[in-house]
Design a protein around this ligand. Sequence first.
Ligand code: FE2
Length: 248
Amino acid sequence: MSWFSRKKETKQEIDLGGVLQTDIHSHLLPGIDDGAQTIDESISLIKEMEELGYKKMIITPHVRYGYFDNDTSTFDSRLEELKRNVKMAGINMEFEVGAEQSVDEEFSRRIENNELKSFGKNKYLLIEFFPFTEIPMGYKQTLFSLQTKGYNLILAHPERYLYLYNDEKTLEELKDRGMLFQMNIISLSGYFGEPVKKFAEKLIKNDMIDLLGTDLHGIRHINALKNTLHNVVLASLLDSGKIMNKKF
Ligand SMILES: [Fe+2]
């Protein structure tokens, strides 16, 4: 390890779950998206989260046209089943279920049919821009109609939309409209590549990150999370007191 990279590590391990309390983004309803596939896999991942100090998880299955055509009306009963199993396994964890909704060609229809799954007391909605290569057509109108319906919008992992890297105008516009930005913690470990890591650091520097998520799909993400536990940028972000996870 070089002198430079050593300088980027904290001596003391970050108490990640202890500080954040609540994780805002994960894929742990078994077998309905590209996250955990079995109840046993979900349980072992939740156990890992308990060991990291988390007290509550908001589970957010994908709803994406043509990929994950999930019916959000089944999510509550699926969560109840998961909760029963978590209890039987002796794990102490609270849960809520929402969804990670892709702003795609079917999104307007889902808004009209009230198929969106929000969470929290104030109708929080986690959305992602899809595909990752360009901003969705007509996104301004979409965001406006969601806000008109009383949703509070959370944008999942803005650091992964690299087309926004040099687009300060759009980033500021999204923030000015009251959108909360949720960064994936593992972006800081370089898990999604160096450009995403750089963008994450830039968004933090510009005070744009409000919430942190694991975006937990499988054990590979737990391992990547553990790689962030001495990350200096993460430590100072948590120290800043600007991250709102605890409110959920
Ligand atoms: Fe996700």
